[in-house]
Design a protein around this ligand. Structure first.
Ligand code: GTP
Ligand code: MG
Length: 197
């Protein structure tokens, strides 16, 4: 797929503000600070389109980006960040859960885990939930540049085992590793959604 256009469309804090044109959506999910917004920018080759930060919990809304006027990237709030108030935390959980449970337009959920760490309990819960709910999903291990090749091989095996995932794609926004592969999955998910709904 040739990337022709990518634009930020809106931030939604409430389901009433979700997009209503019915185009397929690719969601990015994972712990705060795992690299969701960075991966979106890297896939789109556009620095700063999705806001990134060293401060976990940066993305608090559901952010929609229109790609090629054909489908959306959806940047969901990160989970598992302890330092926000309980009220805020359950607010995020609710909106993300609502989105994942009910969103008909959702074509693919890309779940990000940190390549350096064992998946957390919340990572596992999300993975199981996506499988249980028969959501099309893909696991990506971020920040692969922070590991040696040997370490990365070991970690990919550990992550696969911990989650029970058939495939985990190593990615780095620094080196571009994994980008093509992730794009292939996105393309095929969008096509499938366009054909089968
Ligand atoms: N070295 C390296 N750093 C990365 C990579 N991806 C993301 N980062 C860094 O990780 C930090 C968090 O990245 P974000 O993209 O803001 O993370 P996020 O998942 O969107 O975080 P929230 O919006 O808080 O949920 C930033 O400092 C990024 O520069 C990567 O592939 N390699
Ligand atoms: Mg973010």
């Amino acid at each position: 797929m040739k990337l022709v256009s990518a634009e930020f469309v809106k931030s939604a804090f409430d389901r009433r503000h979700w997009i209503t044109d019915g185009l397929p959506e690719i969601a990015f999910l994972g712990r705060s600070n795992v690299g969701k917004s960075s991966l979106i920018n890297s896939l789109l080759q556009r620095k700063g389109l999705a806001k990134t930060s060293n401060t976990p919990g940066r993305t608090q809304s559901i952010n929609f980006f229109l790609i090629n006027e054909m489908f959306y990237f959806v940047d969901l709030p990160g989970y598992g960040y302890a330092k926000v108030s309980k009220a805020k935390r359950s607010g995020w959980g609710k909106m993300a859960e609502d989105y994942l449970s009910n969103r008909r337009e959702l074509a693919l959920s890309i779940q990000l885990v940190d390549a350096r760490h064992k998946p957390t309990e919340l990572d596992k819960q999300l993975f199981d939930w996506l499988v249980f709910n028969k959501r099309e999903s893909l696991v990506v291990a971020t920040k692969a540049d922070k590991l040696s090749n040997n370490q990365l091989t070991t970690q990919l095996r550990n992550i696969k085992e911990a989650l029970g995932a058939a495939e985990v794609i190593a990615c780095s926004v620094q080196t571009g590793k994994g980008r093509e592969n992730v794009w292939r999955h996105i393309e095929s998910a969008v096509e499938k959604k366009q054909v089968f709904g």
